[in-house]
Design a protein around this ligand. Sequence first.
Ligand code: 4AD
Ligand code: MG
Length: 433
Amino acid sequence: MAPIVFIKDFQNHVDEEVTIQGWMFNKRGSGKIYFLEVRDGTGVAQGVVFKPAVGEDVFKKADELTMESSVKVTGKVTKHPKLENTFELQVTGIEIVQLVKENYPIAKKGHGIDFLLENRHLWLRSRKQRAIQIIRNTIINAIYEYLNTNNFIKIDSPILTPNACEGTTELFEMDYFDVGKAYLSQSGQLYLEAAIFSVGRCFDFGPVFRAEKSKTRRHLTEFWMMDAEAAFVEHEENMKIQEGLIAFVVKKVLENHLPELAILERDIEPLKKIEAPFIRKTHAEAVKELQEMGSDIKENDDLGGDDETILTKKYDKPIFVEKYPAEVKAFYMKRDPNNPKVVLCADMLAPEGYGEIIGGSQREDDYDVLLGRIQEHNLPLKAFQWYLDLRKYGSVPHSGFGIGLERLVGWICGRKHIRETIPFPRTINRIYP
Ligand code: 4AD
Ligand code: MG
């Protein structure tokens, strides 16, 4: 058998005989010639099966091959006669690994979203879904690269926790042996706050869980979050780190994935404009602007999904909305010394109507103030004693932020709903497959 190669490496094997291993994507032709489209995970190749050249046996196999059958195809790599940077395989041999005998459930077009989600295990194979996963992989790696080169150390935070990090109403709860209740983590932030006293700057990256009854295009019950945390970083610098990171990620995707973005029909012009500095507005300014645009948002309200949509459609760069009223934000956020009604936080909203992709803030670093907040929020003091301890032993100003990976991928890939951006989405009404 000829050497096995990946389709993406065809340009290095022109005029050589090679074997590819993959799945039948499509087939055209009949009579004397077949064009087989085979995908191997790295790309799609067209194999030309010409009866007089391959003989009866091989041609019969080409004839039998059905969609999604697994197959090894041998042939000579040639340059496409007309298209540049396109290669074909002049087939000499076919080995069928498994012949699919039933019709493949997902046809090329025309399925509703419920059917596709019910068949997510198969839908993942489609061109667009593959493109999203390939870009997601690059985004994950770009985040690691940026943070590692900026002195952030990866610290893995636990998923089973004795306390809430964000709202107590959105917790998945379970019995934990004789110890009491345990909760699935909503964010590793609090644990990263402990770790900065060891490594200075750190981040985690893993699944988090929200038992939120929200049924919107922006919400999943299980999603991936990257939390970052840094000692001696205050509110302003926290935002600088975030805009540097997001600009870097977008640049990496543009450098590596023009073909995938084209498959997704993503207009790349808006992505090319993503450069620091991003837009900054206080919550008060954003509310005023939204009211002028017709929103019924009140002075002390959190931004609703629709508010985020209309505000971010106005701008071609991400917007930091800073300094929210303390009452709509989490207990751990530090108050603004110039206006104690607001906290030193910022949400980053992605443009083009996408909305919040990052939530971050400077953290309260004073023991007594934090103790007061925990009591005000009726949080169980015992479960938070370790968190308070951090304010006892060498407390420092510190800040951090959390990126919702699926929201980031959704924006960059231009998907309407974030459920397409995670391999197996979990929403309030779906846990299959
Ligand atoms: O704004 P959130 O709730 O912030 C935190 O959890 C902080 N502890 C993070 C930190 O400072 N380390 O969540 C962070 C991000 C949001 O901006 C959003 O992108 C995403 O997580 N997110 C969701 N993504 C999908 N489905 C949901 N239900 C989400 N909830 C939040
Ligand atoms: Mg948030």
